[in-house]
Design a protein around this ligand. Sequence first.
Ligand SMILES: Cc1cc2nc3c(=O)[nH]c(=O)nc-3n(C[C@H](O)[C@H](O)[C@H](O)COP(=O)(O)OP(=O)(O)OC[C@H]3O[C@@H](n4cnc5c(N)ncnc54)[C@H](O)[C@@H]3O)c2cc1C
Length: 236
Amino acid sequence: MMGEGSINDISTRSSMAVIGAGLSGLRAANILSSHGHQVSVFEKTSRPGGRLGAWEWEGTIVDAGAQYFTARDALFRRHVTSWIQEGVVSRWGAILAAVDAPGIFRKLDNSLDRYVGVPGMGRVAEHLSKHVDIRFECHVDNIAHHDDKFHLTHANGNQAGAFDALIIATPASQAISLLPADSELVPAASGVRMVPCWAVMAVFHKPFSLPFDGLFFNGTMYQFKAKMTGSVKVVV
Ligand SMILES: Cc1cc2nc3c(=O)[nH]c(=O)nc-3n(C[C@H](O)[C@H](O)[C@H](O)COP(=O)(O)OP(=O)(O)OC[C@H]3O[C@@H](n4cnc5c(N)ncnc54)[C@H](O)[C@@H]3O)c2cc1C
């Protein structure tokens, strides 16, 4: 989410703030840095990735958020190719199935390329963070725009800096409280419906055999069940 300035102004601007070190914020920071802008990313937690989160339990890494991604855009596909060469991601050659009715499995066509981080999705965020200035544990609480700059304030009251341009790369619902009440972006952010979900992760001490790696439950409250690196995760 771009701040009040027009996107066209970016070509002449140099100091930029990005709020949120999830996939969107990190990717934006990388692109802007590669165009010579000075970019600072502010992240309220202590690590990058946001909803690309992972848990490590007794040596097993289990993705708690995104489990795989696809690459449909040509430019993004080029990046993914370089990530594969660098060992950051690999193709996930999963056997996928769907349950349309209780007990009835249907094998799915897996012609769509799906990718996973190696060893977990967090690796993608780590990779994108490499050349980016990220201020962790910096919860941006307030944005003011004056003197042609965006002034960011930390939740502890400290000033976090003044910038020519700003990208808010947080979930829309969290962006609303940061935007000025009269911002034209407020209606757009307010219109985004967020659907909560629970992610259940189970790690089994002994491997067991299933005829599929990922399972879609159609028409139920369960959305996706994935078996990766010997663990089973159910997303509800
Ligand atoms: C359980 C689950 C499973 C998923 N599975 C898939 C999947 O299989 N494939 C897929 O493609 N996608 C999947 N997704 C969606 C995917 O994870 C998200 O779309 C993507 O990671 C969102 O990235 P983002 O950068 O837009 O936002 P986020 O990852 O939410 O990043 C926002 C960041 O902003 C930070 N932040 C927020 N407010 C502030 C503030 N005021 N100051 C500083 N920092 C702040 C947050 O801490 C966070 O790090 C899944 C999501 C979940 C939850």
